[in-house]
Design a protein around this ligand. Structure first.
Ligand code: GFB
Length: 311
């Protein structure tokens, strides 16, 4: 199907970190027929409501960025929410999209679908080759089910659903709540508050040794729109930056960005999670796309957004 600037595109989850970035990217590229619904307008866990919405609106393209998400502690504390809500959202949207004439669906997974001890960098072929990381297996199982749903609808019905696997994301509009957020926004808040309160120390969870790869959400959105236009196959595609940093290095980068001069201590009573999570992005590179926003620049941009909205 040819997707042009007047194609009707539904962004599911448009108020989240990823969905909001997708809307920004679509608008800046000139797409003019976008639809969305807030959670109070449409509860994506309710099958009947989702069917009614699709029957009425009949979007031609669906970007599925709606999900129950959170950092390591939230994932570990709310297994039902992370498994059940995500399964419901995926099954409801993918089925209704197919049934009501959608021509292309882009499903967003996560790098946590890969085995805890997968070889690094992780290739798409490493999916389902070993046990998952226990702190996020509920979320991972739901996302693996989403991938399989997309492949099943393609195989059985010829539905053009593609699955993209982003690495750890960050950027403007992220969740900065210390209990539920991911590490990067949590560290921005912790170091900013420590600077303002002149605290001598900042406590960072875990040993500081785990390594993570961080991609700015505006790069992710750009990649999604590129693949929406140029990719139509069942194989999953990794989307990452290509390099990782240790949590200790990240803490230093955030401290430098914020201008905090105190001490960094590590709280080893908190979980480390997967030791390393770096994506192999050679398939994406071969398809003709590369990220642009360095971690240093992205941190500055995200810190500016944080001080404007929460500071
Ligand atoms: O970002 P994060 O919560 O998610 O944690 P994961 C990454 C690492 O940062 C872990 C450490 O080793 C944490 O212990 N960390 C240090 C912190 N300080 C903090 C802090 O203040 N807050 C948080 N949250 N972490 C998630 C999965 O795993 O990654 C999700 O739970 C999802 O399913 C997401 O896949 C991308 O990278 O460990």
């Amino acid at each position: 199907m040819e997707i042009n600037l007047t194609t009707k595109i539904y962004v599911a989850g448009h108020r989240g970190l990823v969905g909001a970035a997708l809307v920004r990217a679509l608008q800046s590229q000139g797409y003019e027929n976008l639809i969305s619904r807030t959670r109070s307008e449409l509860d994506l866990c309710r099958q009947g409501a989702v069917e009614d919405f699709f029957a009425k609106e009949r979007p031609q393209v669906v970007l599925l960025a709606a999900a129950k998400v959170g950092g390591i502690l939230a994932n570990d504390s709310y297994p039902v929410d992370f498994l059940r809500d995500n399964l419901l959202i995926e099954t409801n949207i993918i089925e209704s999209a197919y049934r009501y004439g959608c021509q292309k669906l882009v499903f967003l997974g996560s790098s946590c679908i890969y085995p805890k001890l997968a070889p690094q960098p992780m290739q798409e072929s490493h999916l389902l080759t070993g046990p998952l990381e226990p702190t996020n297996e509920w979320y991972a199982v739901a996302k693996i089910a989403g991938i399989k749903l997309c492949q099943a609808y393609r195989k059985q019905h010829g539905f053009d659903a593609i699955s993209l696997m982003p690495t750890n994301l960050y950027g403007p509009g992220d969740n900065f709540d210390l209990q539920t957020s991911h590490v990067l926004p949590a560290l921005i808040r912790k170091f900013h508050e420590a600077k303002v309160n002149q605290s001598p120390q900042v406590s960072v969870w875990g040993s500081g040794k785990p390594r993570r790869e961080f991609l700015h959400v505006d790069d992710l959105a750009d990649a999604c729109l590129y693949l929406m236009q140029h990719y139509a196959d069942q194989e999953i595609i990794n989307i990452g930056w290509g390099e990782d940093v240790s949590i200790q290095q990240l803490a230093q980068l955030v401290a430098d960005t914020v201008g905090y001069k105190g001490e960094v201590v590590f709280d080893t009573s908190k979980p480390d999670g997967t030791p390393r999570k770096l994506l192999d992005t050679s398939r994406l590179t071969q398809l003709g796309w590369q990220p642009k926003i360095t971690l240093k620049k992205g941190l500055l941009d995200t810190y500016r957004w944080f001080t404007e909205h929460h500071g």
